[in-house]
Design a protein around this ligand. Structure first.
Ligand code: ADP
Length: 407
């Protein structure tokens, strides 16, 4: 089955065109027919690129006014690169939707499902409206094809109440749905599945800690294939230090800043979403590659930013070890997790006693590839696994349509 996977943001559309079916899933031989991006939608610098095998196309300075024009461009590029002869070849569409409210799994988008996604807009105002816009355009372009929504939150719906409840007045949970939801679920689920495959372990005998370290960062405790705790919360602000977000901090700081500096809610939101994290601490960049380089050159603030980032990560690894009791695997993924041996090294520093021991040489060598980086005496298998959310979206789309279960 050929599936177009779409991830629509406020000004970008990322896509992959993937062929998958049960046999391909079993053999891990799904085919990526094409992938690409339309970015800076609605600006004079709009750009679009697509790669299909050896063939690539890239245009800049395009007139792409909105998501409709962007998705039409995606289809045109798929045809231009030869990935698609006729749009009718697309069997189904898989849509990344950040917030799925209470949905526990991916869903065929029906009128009822759509209503629930719309209800979740208030829980993810920065993401769901754009995801929905992409879906609405695709429904117009492909009205007779099945559309499936794959949610970032769904994987974490298995968390027990003790993990998802905040110790706030209970009415906030009951009436206003204020609780931990967790995000990056598709990525955590993918690397957990891949870990079990690589380590030849079954779901029922595996406890895992997965670290997704990209621009956004989160860590999840997975018991027997089910998420039992995760660091992002009601929104993707909580937990680990991120590129521009602070992760955990005392909420009274917000009240203090509003009172003392007369900051408005919009200003506080900008501070927490765009001016904090690695960027806020280093004062130079949100990009871990650049910060590691500055730290290496002896820049104090960059060094400290790396230190705070890795210390927070180490604390969470310790906490989730306590949550799980026994841990079989620790997985690093996302741009930083896959490519920054120094961060992995610092995150595991001093955790030998808990059973985590890296092999220095293997860790240094593991950049952007699947690798076992555990030391000889490590009680926990430590892996680097590049994430592949699009692949999981394509597989889920296939499974939902065909009515076949998960791994
Ligand atoms: P997103 O969350 O937007 O998908 P990515 O998963 O691509 O982002 O991660 C982006 C982060 O990965 C950035 O902080 C970037 O600096 C970092 N990164 C990418 N390559 C490297 C590298 N070789 N060394 C260190 N950090 C890297």
């Amino acid at each position: 089955m050929k599936i177009l996977v779409l991830n629509c943001g406020s000004s970008s559309v990322k896509f992959q065109y993937i062929e998958t079916d049960l046999e391909r899933i079993d053999r891990n031989q799904d085919r990526r027919l094409a992938s690409g991006l339309v970015e800076k939608i609605g600006t004079p610098e709009a750009a679009a690129s697509c790669q299909a095998g050896e063939r690539t196309t890239r245009d800049v300075g395009l007139e792409i006014a909105d998501h409709h024009a962007a998705i039409a461009k995606v289809v045109a590029m798929l045809q231009q690169t030869g990935a698609l002869a006729d749009p009718k070849e697309i069997h189904a569409l898989g849509h990344r939707v950040v917030h799925g409210g209470d949905f526990q799994s991916s869903q065929l988008i029906t009128a009822e499902v759509l209503k629930k996604i719309e209800e979740a807009v208030e829980l993810a105002p920065l993401h769901n409206p754009h995801n929905l816009k992409g879906y609405t355009v695709c429904r117009e372009l492909f009205p007779d094809r099945p559309h499936v929504a794959v949610f970032d939150t769904a994987f974490h719906q298995t968390m027990p109440a003790r993990a998802y409840l905040y110790a706030l007045p209970y009415d906030h949970f009951r009436r206003h749905r204020i609780r931990r939801y967790g995000f990056h679920g598709t990525s955590h689920r993918y690397v957990a599945y891949r870990f079990r495959q690589l380590a030849e372990r079954s779901k029922e005998e595996t406890n895992l800690i997965t670290c997704h370290l990209g621009n956004g960062c989160s860590i999840t405790a997975i018991q027997f294939g089910r998420s039992v705790d995760t660091s992002m919360g009601f929104t993707p602000l909580e937990g680990l230090v991120m590129g521009t977000r602070p992760g955990d901090f005392d909420p009274a700081i917000v009240l203090h800043l509003m009172a003392k500096l007369e900051m408005t809610p919009q200003e506080v939101s900008a501070m927490l979403n765009r001016h904090s994290g690695l960027y806020g601490l280093s004062g130079e960049s949100n990009d871990m590659r650049q910060i590691l380089e500055s730290a290496r050159q002896g820049h104090e603030r960059a060094r400290r930013a790396v230190d705070v980032f890795c210390y927070r990560l180490r604390k969470y690894i310790g906490a989730y070890t306590a949550v799980l009791g026994q841990v079989h695997g620790l997985v690093f993924t996302g741009g930083i997790g896959e490519n920054a041996p120094r961060v992995r090294d610092l995150a595991c520093e001093g955790l030998n006693w808990l059973g985590y021991e890296l092999d220095r040489a293997k860790n240094e060598k593991a950049v952007g590839v699947e690798a076992d980086i555990s030391g000889r005496d490590s009680r926990v298998q430590i892996f680097v696994i590049p994430t592949n959310e699009e692949l999981l979206i394509a597989r889920d789309t296939y499974r939902v349509i065909e009515g076949v279960g998960d791994h």
